[in-house]
Design a protein around this ligand. Structure first.
Ligand code: NDP
Length: 316
């Protein structure tokens, strides 16, 4: 495994980060999920990403269970809050009340005294940003949170958040956006703003939820047990399933072969060629997928190959 600093902070994360979002929502059972986390540890992954909202909190519990017995200082645990976790008026968002309560609940589920990275899953238009940052500052002072991050914030929101964080002594070090060969929106504004402010990106869905592995043939039936055949998962992966996209993805296969990589490895390695990316947050439904994708750490893609990937995919 290779490691990178998150932005200009001192925190190092594994280039491959393991996340346990959708798979915990019924696609695979808890034992299978624990097996994937064990495969991540076996592959040298030290950084794990989850959220209070994943599977109603079960994902945090399973991660905590899987990491029991692992030396706490040898792993980095990241979780998130903001999306609705209940029907109550304060069961969502970034109010001081919800930040404090959600953090305490996450720590209990994870079975740990602190999280390494606490991320605002989305921006909350209804709460003053200063209230949120003060709550984060208090959690940091209490030692319950070591670093703070955001997820899917715009460049403008990151700039505002960073200014307050600096004023209040909050170590705001990361953003977690979607980023893959098929989803590049952060390149225009989020990455330049983050670079300027010293934030790194922990990018999610690097294989576009399985599409960039090449396993979905245009016009064909999705393989049994894949996310596209899962009732909930298909709603998310569906956005990439147009035949025109799948055809272009198939055209990447010779490029992966030439580089001696699987298509999944090519896709994960592609995200890591962006120097502002600290880690690629992968998901998996089977331990073998974790082992395969983790091997993308440390892979360098030539400029020529990167250009041919762009030429192959064109404007998507
Ligand atoms: P990926 O793009 O890595 O997709 C993972 C899925 O693709 C797997 O579950 C598997 O699905 C399939 N897959 C992966 N590798 C292979 C392989 N080698 N061969 C065949 N199929 C493969 O990321 P996710 O979309 O799962 O997201 C990863 C993590 O990112 C989440 O767990 C979460 O931690 C984070 N995330 C954060 C979000 C945010 O808003 N901050 C939003 C979304 C994710 P299958 O086998 O079922 O087809």
């Amino acid at each position: 495994m290779e490691f990178r600093r998150v932005g200009t902070s001192g925190l190092r994360v594994s280039e491959i980060v393991f996340g346990n979002w959708l798979t915990m929502d019924g696609q695979i059972d808890q034992d299978a999920q624990v097996a994937c986390i064990q495969a991540a540890l076996d592959a040298g992954i030290t950084t794990f990403d989850t959220a209070d909202v994943y599977s109603g909190g079960l994902a945090e519990e399973v991660l905590g269970r899987a990491l029991r017995g692992v030396r706490r200082s040898s792993v980095e645990i990241a979780t998130k809050l903001c999306l609705p976790v209940g029907d109550g008026p304060n069961d969502r968002g970034l109010s001081r009340k919800h930040v404090m309560e959600s953090c305490h609940t996450s720590l209990r589920r994870l079975g740990t005294d602190y999280v390494d990275l606490y991320q605002a899953h989305r921006f909350d238009e209804d709460t003053p940003l200063e209230e949120t940052m003060r709550a984060f500052a208090d959690l940091v002072r209490q030692g319950k949170v070591l670093y703070v991050g955001v997820s899917e914030w715009t460049a403008e929101q990151i700039v505002r958040g960073h200014a307050l964080a600096a004023e209040l002594g909050v170590p705001l070090i990361s953003n977690q956006p979607q980023y893959s060969m098929l989803w590049r929106v952060i390149k225009a504004e989020v990455v330049p703003a983050s670079e300027r402010l010293g934030l790194g990106q922990l990018v999610f869905s690097p294989v576009a939820q399985g599409v960039l592995t090449g396993k979905y043939a245009p016009g064909g039936r999705a393989p049994e047990g894949s996310r596209a055949t899962d009732e909930r998962g298909s709603r998310f992966v569906g956005r990439y399933m147009a035949d025109a996209v799948l055809e272009k993805v198939q055209a990447l296969r010779p490029l992966a072969d030439e580089a001696g990589l699987s298509m999944a490895q090519l896709a994960v390695a592609w995200t890591l060629q962006n120097p502002n990316v600290a880690g690629a947050v992968i998901g998996a439904s089977r331990p073998a997928q974790v082992a395969e994708n983790a091997a993308a750490a440390g892979v360098e893609l030539s400029d020529d190959l990167l250009k041919r990937i762009d030429d192959t995919l064109g404007d998507l």
